[in-house]
Ligand binder design. Structure first.
Ligand code: MRU
Length: 371
């Protein structure tokens, strides 16, 4: 995507230095800085401390982290140990483990002298696949908005989103925001309500920034406003991303998503989840019961982030004696989800999917959306 007339991805290989570069998302929207990553330990730190975040980007970062491990030491035991460290950085987004699972067997089966090239090729492939899946989600999702949401309404279409599932959460394009960009690029009069997304404010800091840079009209709202807007007919559709989708169609996404789904359900507002198939986890049968939920530092709740590097400029908002708890994600049950946008197609109800082949994974394998 473009930032000040230059095309960027969120992570890339620098052919001159042979290292990896990322945008430091902790600094947005106040500063745009690129960070060079030279070792697998640095990559683990960068994921853990959220220089990079978002399911797709976490997956690509882990892949490049394994490339950097191979560059440091192409012995398979070092690579496997590095994969373990990377795997422990963020537990909810399944893309991370999916990327490692894709790379490790291939590296094990490759002679030492060829491992670096293979690691680079697979990491690049994972990055490119993430970007192209998101692009396709944008095209298919735009068709859905055009045909199912805006048809017959001769007015601006209002979409509400939670957290950041835009290009900053992936290698490029985004999941939830990709259909919005596509709609905007095709001339649709579209406007986005952006949830601020406490405690880290990914909505205020990242979604608002990337929508604004693209020119998409948007309005920032406090996290609790969505229900009110939906009750008063001010939202045509909710689109969110996903960090992990279970076999029964339940969706883990940023904390607060479930409340938005409840409000949407109560007000008959279509609630849609957009994600590439790498976010689908067929190993998890019941999302509400079994998707691991990341517990984060309570400082994020007790303090507000300031400009610049979050931790350095944050200020306390609760009494000294008050304790907090910080759940990073929640799970929205499938019964509250009206459609799933994936690169393989648009699935309009989990019931429809389940009655055919018995699982969402089967639907992913079988169904392609016709454009
Ligand atoms: O904690 P984060 O910023 O890595 O959380 C991820 C998210 O931004 C959201 O949950 C998003 O909606 C899904 S990731 C594409």
């Amino acid at each position: 995507m473009r930032v000040d007339n230059k095309d960027y991805r969120t992570i890339w290989y620098n052919a001159d230095t042979k290292y990896v570069e990322v945008i430091d998302q902790r600094l947005l929207p106040f500063k745009f800085e690129i960070v060079e990553v030279k070792t697998t330990a640095e990559m683990a730190k960068i994921i853990l401390e959220m220089y990079v975040r978002g399911a797709g980007l976490i997956g690509a970062s882990a892949a490049w982290g394994l490339y950097l491990a191979t560059k440091e030491n192409n012995d398979i035991s070092f690579i496997e140990q590095s994969a373990k460290v990377l795997a422990q950085t963020r537990p909810t987004a399944v893309n991370l483990q999916a990327a490692l699972d894709k790379m490790l067997p291939k590296l094990r089966n490759t002679p030492e002298e060829n491992r670096l090239q293979i690691a680079k090729d697979i990491a690049q492939q994972i990055s490119d696949d993430d970007a192209s899946s998101c692009k396709r989600i944008g095209e298919l999702g735009y068709d859905f908005i055009k045909n199912k949401i805006s048809k017959g309404k001769n007015r601006r279409i209002n979409i509400l989103t939670h957290c950041n599932a835009g290009w900053l959460a992936f290698v490029d394009y985004g999941s939830a925001l990709a259909p919005i960009y596509e709609a905007y690029n095709n001339g649709m009069d579209i406007h986005v309500y952006v949830d601020e997304t406490r405690p880290r404010n990914q909505g205020a800091r990242l979604t608002a920034w990337e929508l604004g840079k693209h020119g998409v009209p948007h309005t920032l709202i406090a996290d609790n406003v969505g229900g009110h807007l939906m009750q008063h007919g001010m939202v045509d559709m909710v689109i969110v991303g996903a960090d992990r989708v279970a076999n029964n169609g339940d969706v883990a996404n940023k904390i607060g998503t479930y409340l938005k789904a409840l409000a949407a359900h109560d007000n008959n507002v279509p609630f849609v989840v957009a994600f590439p198939s790498t976010t689908f986890d067929s190993q998890i049968e019941n999302g509400v019961e079994d998707i691991p939920i990341e517990m984060r530092d309570t400082k994020e709740v007790l303090y507000m982030l300031g400009e610049g590097k979050a931790e350095e400029e944050s200020f306390r908002i609760a009494p000294e004696f008050t304790k907090a708890v910080n759940y990073g994600f929640d799970v929205t049950p499938a019964r509250l989800i009206n459609a799933y946008f994936t690169e393989n197609g648009i699935f309009e109800s989990v019931e429809e999917l389940l009655k055919g082949e018995g699982s969402l994974s089967a639907a992913f394998r079988m169904t392609k959306c016709e454009r």
